[in-house]
Design a protein around this ligand. Structure first.
Ligand code: ADP
Ligand code: NG1
Ligand code: MG
Length: 473
């Protein structure tokens, strides 16, 4: 990755006097908070959006394309470089406590077990990732930052990546470095892995590449974003299940990544292909030269339903458990851990095919509007079913909310984001959407609102939004 000062940084740069009314108010409040903490004015602001993934769940880290869109909800930072080598963080939300450390102690602070993945660690991951990417001769500056955010945290709308990506962008900008959006997306995806979760890069990609007016097909290796124009009469509604899950606090997420990798390796080995360099399910597909449908058949014949032990996997691969455990991904799991290879791989190959079909339906010229919506809805519901049954990353509250959304007139609904709680996204016909929202809200109200949630925040319409921006003074 190159940091070339001559090159124009292609992240949108907007004079702070022109951000629009809502954002102006937020910037003013954040400026007050910043000044009250640090006694100086911010030098610039950074906004990074969350995202809703329309389809393609848990397949980015297997190498397959996904279809998210950036949402209005975002993380906003007020930032100033500081002459000392200190990072100081404050958050407008008091539950996120102020934090301060020396630049040289970032690693220790990220690794500090303490109370788990505290909020400031996400920021530090971003700073660490950015500092690693800037040239050695650049002496890094300290950073003062104040954070404002309205992406429901731990809910599958990617608040974590918005925060990490905002920290990356701030650090790069404070150090007068310039990267393209694609470079920033890759850098931020690598940076967020320091928190522990081995994600695939979808969230950081849409955070930078997102566009108002279209969803985006994000492909990997190399990273590419292609606009997906959604039907005029479709509205996407997000609803919160009132169950939260912090992905970095448990091993659920990385267990899925490990299961996919092991499934890919076992498939390659069974089909007499070199398996040691097979890291993703897409690698297994490429080495076999088969279609996604054919891969789903391979999974069904080559893998069994019962969970695999590490012992059985090492025998399949003609290796030892010790050798397998040289991979950091497997180190946290003890020998009693079991791995559901068949179910996870089947989900991935079928979900990857659903993403291609989703894009095809959006692009096809000869499908009537109602039929188009019906088919998109069907794909979204099939995706949810698979996440629930095969990937086992749903939650009873999420399943209930999906059923409610369907009963209220959605054409399809599914879990969005990593899951184990969080939000669902439903596709609804525009002329029915206001009735849909009212009915769904009423049903949620009747079932009860948990402490810390407000009914009005639990169901909202969403439109595709612009990716990250820097507001200059
Ligand atoms: P998500 O699905 O929202 O990405 P994650 O489990 O990946 O959820 O991580 C969310 C974490 O990001 C939160 O637990 C918190 O530490 C951090 N975070 C999110 N929003 C904010 C915010 N506004 N201010 C500070 N930290 C935040
Ligand atoms: P969320 O739900 O935002 O934590 C995670 C991963 C994505 C992707 C989805 C599942 C990170 C930062 N994000 O998202 O890469 O794998 O789950 O599709 O790891
Ligand atoms: Mg996240």
């Amino acid at each position: 990755m190159s940091a070339n000062k001559e090159r124009i940084c292609d992240v949108e740069q907007v004079p702070v006097s022109q951000p629009g009314e809502k954002l102006s108010r937020r910037i003013a409040a954040l400026t007050d908070h910043f000044q009250s903490k640090y006694n100086v004015k911010p030098a610039f602001f950074v906004r990074v959006p969350g995202r809703v993934n329309l389809i393609g769940e848990h397949i980015d880290y297997c190498g397959y394309a996904v279809c998210p869109m950036a949402i209005e909800q975002h993380i906003l930072l007020a930032v100033a470089p500081s002459k000392d080598k200190i990072i100081q963080l404050t958050n407008i939300e008091p539950k996120y406590k102020d934090f301060k450390c020396n630049l040289k102690d970032i690693d220790v602070c990220i690794k500090h077990a303490g109370s788990g993945p505290d909020w400031y660690k996400y920021f530090l991951c971003g700073v660490k990732g950015a500092l690693e990417a800037i040239p050695e001769e650049c002496v890094p500056t300290g950073i003062l930052a104040a954070v404002w955010g309205n992406i429901a945290p731990n809910s599958g709308l990617s608040s974590s990546s918005a925060l990490v990506s905002a920290a990356v962008l701030s650090t790069v900008h404070a150090n007068h470095q310039r990267f393209t959006k694609r470079e920033l997306a890759t850098l931020s995806a690598d940076a967020e892995r320091y928190i522990g979760t081995q994600g695939g890069g979808m969230d950081q990609a849409i955070a930078f590449l997102g566009k108002a007016g279209s969803a985006m097909l994000i492909e990997f290796n190399p990273l590419r974003g292609t606009d997906v124009t959604l039907p005029e009469s479709a509205v996407f509604v997000i609803a919160h299940s009132q169950a939260c899950h912090n992905k970095a606090a448990t091993s659920d997420f990385n267990l899925r990544v490990a299961e996919c990798r092991l499934a890919a390796q076992v498939i390659a080995k069974k089909r007499s292909k070199p398996w040691e360099h097979v890291l993703k399910l897409i690698d297994a597909q490429k080495s076999l030269g088969m279609s996604l449908d054919e891969m789903a058949c391979v999974v069904t014949t080559d893998l069994h339903e019962e969970p695999y032990t590490l012992n059985e996997i090492s025998e399949c691969l003609d290796t030892t458990i010790a050798k397998l455990k040289e991979s950091p991904l497997l180190q946290p799991f003890n020998d009693a851990q079991t791995f559901k290879l068949k179910q996870r791989a089947l989900h991935v190959y079928q979900e990857a095919a659903r993403v291609i079909e989703f894009q095809r339906i959006n692009e096809a010229k000869n499908i009537a509007e109602d039929e188009r919506l019906r088919r998109l809805g069907e794909l979204m519901s099939a995706s949810h079913e698979s996440l629930h049954k095969l990937y086992e990353c749903s939650h009873p509250r999420v399943d209930l909310l999906v059923s409610k959304a369907m009963a209220c007139g959605a054409l399809g609904a599914r879990l969005t984001g990593a899951g184990w709680g969080g939000c669902v996204v439903a596709i609804v016909k525009k002329d029915r959407v206001s009735q849909f929202v009212d009915t769904l809200k009423e049903q949620i109200r009747q079932s009860g609102i948990e402490e810390g949630f407000k009914l009005d925040d639990l169901v909202f319409l969403t439109e595709s939004n612009q990716g990250a921006a820097i507001y200059t003074i």
